[in-house]
Design a protein around this ligand. Sequence first.
Ligand code: NAD
Length: 368
Amino acid sequence: MANPSILILAGDGIGPEVMAEVKKIIAWFGQKRAITFDVAEDLVGGCAYDKFGTPLHDDTMARAQAADCVLLGAVGGPKYDKLDFSVKPERGLLRLRKEMDLYANLRPAQCFDALADFSSLKKDVVAGLDIMIVRELTSGVYFGEPRGIFTEGNERVGINTQRYTESEIARVARSAFELARRRRNKVCSMEKANVMESGILWREVVQEVHDKEYNDVELSHMYADAGAMQLTRWPKQFDVIVTDNLFGDLLSDLAAMLTGSLGMLPSASLGAPMKNGRPKALYEPVHGSAPDIAGQGKANPIACILSFAMALRYSFDMGADATRVEQAVEKVLAQGLRTADLMGPEGGKPVSTGQMGDAIIAALDASL
Ligand code: NAD
């Protein structure tokens, strides 16, 4: 059987720095676990614009479509801020998401015990937290027509349209139920069925998919505003939350920040299964290219490393190895290792990007 393939698009700013640590882990799997990934690398974002005059070359797009998954670092930087909108670095990422039709955005919010003090919430509220927000990513109010700013009488009116088809709701609901089965078997669906027709349809379709295909999974429904309150009151009541594009945008940021630093947050965007049964998939840290610290060895590589762990779990069915990587991260944090972004008010000496990566490799060695 062919080796699993990964296309690495490290991108700009700290992207290549954090990705260098992921490459060490990929090499570790080859050397210590005899699991070889076929890794190819290409350009996305500003660096692709510099070379090709476009943030994503057609050949790169074709390689992304053909790979088992894409691993992305980050794109953008002040050098590209004045570029025309059509060639801005972010357009490369948006093209990838659109053409791969990545409709389910997975944003875990997991609190490592060693970092529980970092949260703005009380330690006992967040310690041990492990929830997953599944946000619909390719439809809803960010895409619905009509949209625009129009003139009505003697004033302007801004219009966006919340629009969901049954099939769009059903496919993201299935993603959430599938995930729940690999976790604690609970899904909470959030919408505003009390005031929005699209919310009524959302609730009905999620319930139908549940009753027909996933009635072994516990399903509940909550209005999204109440969900926001519950997420800050007692987030540990949730396992998987599934919600639309707009509410997911807000709720996933809220949930993620329960756990502390941007440098810790991974994400996955999944689409329909390919011929080999693996979903189309792009894994990336939530953070951007951090131009303020780029090139200084200060970046925290953990978000990118945890994104690779998600690839192991969701693209390659290597759940035990994903857990092995996550536990290695947990171990180095428990040992007190911190990159600069994780330094508390008590201070101390931060480790560099490379030192953090090396410590995680040492923890992986110890796990064998
Ligand atoms: P950012 O996430 O790059 O940085 C915000 C702050 O968090 C900065 O102070 C940065 O130093 C810090 N930070 C981020 N990641 C870190 C890490 N791994 N380790 C330590 N500190 C980290 O967001 P921004 O400053 O708003 O944007 C910078 C550039 O990145 C812009 O060009 C923006 O368009 C782009 N961006 C790209 C993505 C992406 O590629 N998905 C996402 C967001 C922003």
